[in-house]
Ligand binder design. Structure first.
Ligand code: TXA
Ligand code: MG
Length: 371
């Protein structure tokens, strides 16, 4: 067991104004490898109204029992997340009928949702469906829909079996930052703020779930992920359009995760307009796959095997690593076409502040023009 107490970001004279305003008491954060004992401790903490970071196949989540409003509120304070941004409920069973009977979903669920649950659960598909009477406003931010998914990570499946209730869980990062894909990244984000991180190893998908809305006029994807529109279309008969274009703060009630600046490192990130074949000190470079240049320590490769799944799995890990180097910029190579490119490019677009080009022996970084 690893145990971390106060960290400079959150302790004593270093307590940031933000944290002070959020009125978060400093706690000792335990990191426990998932086993029978730590799973039981997590379940007990959750059932007593606490929040616990848990592994899922996509990214780590910050969980509370989804039917306990006071516990759910702790998620928002720990993350510094606005209460207008609704949470996903992780269901204890993939059977939508059970979710309807227990008041999590309303009785009017579209047929396509049943088919999709059968096809993709357990797995990284979140469906936004009419909400049942047992879901508190704190979870849905007052919307009459609720986001649900049944995750495939064996640790979280066991935890759900122990608590037998849905777990509300957003990604376990401070609001607007990069989602964590291993326990030490959760520690970086929320150490000193939450009591327990359940360590289930690195996440195998690495990008957040696909979010599919059933709101009229037609089903649409609000956040692209590793389950693609085409795969969904094969089950429902029509590939849903992707409505993940960036939206303004005012419109953010539709799906706040779509806000333009999201998933962002602290170091300004620029999208290269061409393959990266030149280096420059002071810049961290993220290549898609092995380049034909001598690699120095400021170069990182997303997918040595050139597979898009590997690139997705490594994306947040390398963004975090590059960010930790305190460079003046991070430059990322274009992501080649593949069924998953839309999801990877979506995250990079939101993380970026502009574009980069190598001209006349140096990298030229051009900020985005804001509307
Ligand atoms: O893979 C994932 O989905 C991870 C793991 C932990 O499950 N969770 C995650 O949660 O990424 P979060 O809160 O970071 O993203 C959930 C997204 C947000 O963009 C939120 O606005 C949207 O889903 N959302 C949740 N409920 C919604 C609703 N009723 N209507 C529209 N959007 C909703
Ligand atoms: Mg998130």
């Amino acid at each position: 067991m690893q145990s971390y107490g106060g960290r400079s970001r959150g302790k004593g004279p270093f307590l940031s104004l933000g944290r002070l305003l959020l009125n978060i008491a400093l706690v000792k954060t335990d990191v426990l490898i998932a086993d029978k004992k730590s799973l039981q401790r997590s379940a007990d903490l959750l059932l007593s109204g606490e929040i616990v970071a848990i592994p899922t196949e996509t990214v780590y989540g910050l969980a509370a029992i989804g039917t306990q409003p006071q516990a759910v509120l702790k998620i928002f304070s720990a993350k510094g997340r606005p209460s207008t941004d609704p949470l996903i409920l992780h269901l204890p069973s993939p059977d939508l009928n059970e979710a309807m009977d227990s008041g999590i979903l309303s009785k009017s669920i579209p047929r396509e949702a049943f088919k999709l649950a059968l096809a993709f659960w357990p797995g990284p598909l979140t469906m936004i469906l009419p909400r049942g009477s047992k879901v508190p406003d704190e979870v849905t931010s007052g919307l009459d829909t609720v986001a649900v998914r049944f995750p495939s990570h064996p640790v979280t499946q066991e935890l759900l079996q122990l608590v037998k209730l849905p777990l509300a869980a957003p990604s376990a990062n401070r609001f607007g930052r990069i989602s964590p894909t291993d326990a030490s990244s959760v520690m970086e984000e929320l150490g000193g703020v939450i009591p327990l991180i359940l360590d289930g190893g690195p996440c195998c998908t690495g990008l957040e779930s696909t979010v599919l809305s059933f709101l009229p006029p037609e089903p649409s994807i609000l956040r692209p992920g590793m389950i693609t529109s085409e795969e969904i279309g094969k089950i429902t008969g029509k590939s849903p359009p992707i409505h993940s274009q960036t939206i303004t703060k005012k419109q953010s009630m539709v799906s706040p995760g779509m806000m333009e600046s999201h998933y962002a490192p602290q170091t300004p990130l620029y999208l290269s307009e061409h393959a990266i074949s030149k280096s420059q000190s002071g810049i961290e470079f993220i290549h898609y796959h092995s380049p034909n240049i001598l690699l120095e320590s400021n170069h990182h490769i997303l997918a040595v095997n050139a597979k898009p799944e590997t690139a997705a799995r490594n994306l947040y890990r390398y963004l975090r690593l590059a960010d930790s180097r305190k460079a003046k910029a991070i430059v990322v190579e274009p992501i080649p076409e593949s069924p998953w490119a839309i999801a990877i490019r979506d995250r990079l677009q939101r993380a970026s502040v502009g574009t980069a080009r190598y001209v006349n022996d140096r990298w030229v970084l051009t900020p985005k023009t804001r509307h």
